[in-house]
Design a protein around this ligand. Structure first.
Ligand code: MN
Length: 286
């Protein structure tokens, strides 16, 4: 990206065809698009731990996250910041540094965290990740940060708020939540609940991809189911009194380049992440 000077310490970077990022002298970033100029929020993305060997590298464990989450953040004018699974004591520090949090997909949440023992068919969970992310989501709620919870992330948000999960969805021959089709392809519809934020963003129906064998059973405190699949599976949630907390059971980061509705979810979340408070705090530092 080639910076263009706007004078008085402001520089513009062309970001995509209809927008640009403006950098000030003290390295704050603003986004300028057809909706105006606003702060560019820092979006934390919860990371995972890879324990499989990667050819050509020497460490046996690696911190990682799917790159589609990072692309979804930059495409919608956020600054991606991957948060590794580490000491729980660092959670308040991480959350203080971010404006919004994406809880990424991955392993099943251990049923120990919602008071059940593991059923035989359930896939392995990663206890360190569960413990770290439960602390992360609770701290993000406490600090009133925007949250976008995706797939496992939505299930984790539910567990953090005292809800429970169906450990294995009974699959009907005609309906599957674990698709074999490519990740960017939708394989089942979801139907939104009128009056919810999800309905405002997606209208009555959206077609989504599906890579889950678990689902929300009992809803956590304050969570509202905002979309269902036709078999009754909860496919989206939001927090009743907090419009900046949303969760979806599918993977919109894999579809945001091919489906405008999926991009709209990220746009909403990232715009919400720049709260009035953050705006004032940053502008006063200029
Ligand atoms: Mn599904």
């Amino acid at each position: 990206m080639k910076p263009v000077s706007l004078g008085a310490g402001f520089f513009a970077f062309t970001f995509s065809s209809d927008s640009s990022i403006i950098k000030t002298l003290n390295s704050e970033l603003f986004c300028k698009d057809k909706e105006g100029i606003r702060m560019t929020p820092v979006i934390g993305i919860s990371g995972n731990l890879l324990t499989d060997a990667v050819p050509g590298t020497i460490s046996t464990t690696k911190a990682y996250v799917g790159n589609a989450y990072i692309e979804a953040v930059t495409e919608n004018h956020g600054i991606p910041f991957v948060i590794p699974i580490t000491e729980v004591g660092l959670v308040p520090y991480f959350v203080d540094k971010i404006d919004g949090l994406i809880l990424s997909g991955g392993q099943d949440v251990s049923p120990l965290f919602y008071g059940q023992s593991e059923v035989e068919e359930s896939t392995a969970s990663l206890l360190e990740r569960d413990q770290f992310e439960l602390a992360l989501v609770k701290e993000a709620l406490k600090q009133n940060k925007a949250i976008f919870a995706i797939c496992r992330g939505m299930q984790l948000l539910n567990v953090a708020l005292g809800g429970s999960l169906v450990q294995n969805i009974a699959e009907l021959n005609t309906f599957t939540h674990m698709q074999n089709m490519p990740v960017h392809e939708a394989t089942h519809p979801i139907y939104t609940i009128e009056g919810t934020q999800t309905a405002k963003l997606l209208s009555k129906r959206a077609d989504v991809n599906s890579f889950h064998h678990q689902s929300i059973d009992r809803l956590g405190t304050g969570l509202v189911a905002s979309a269902y699949a036709e078999d009754g599976t909860i496919e989206a949630v939001e927090l009743a009194d907090r419009p900046n907390v949303i969760g979806v059971q599918w993977h919109p980061e894999m579809m945001q380049f091919t489906d405008q509705k999926m991009k709209q979810l990220f746009h909403f979340f990232i715009k919400n992440a720049t709260s009035e408070f953050v705006m004032k705090k940053r502008v006063s530092n200029l």
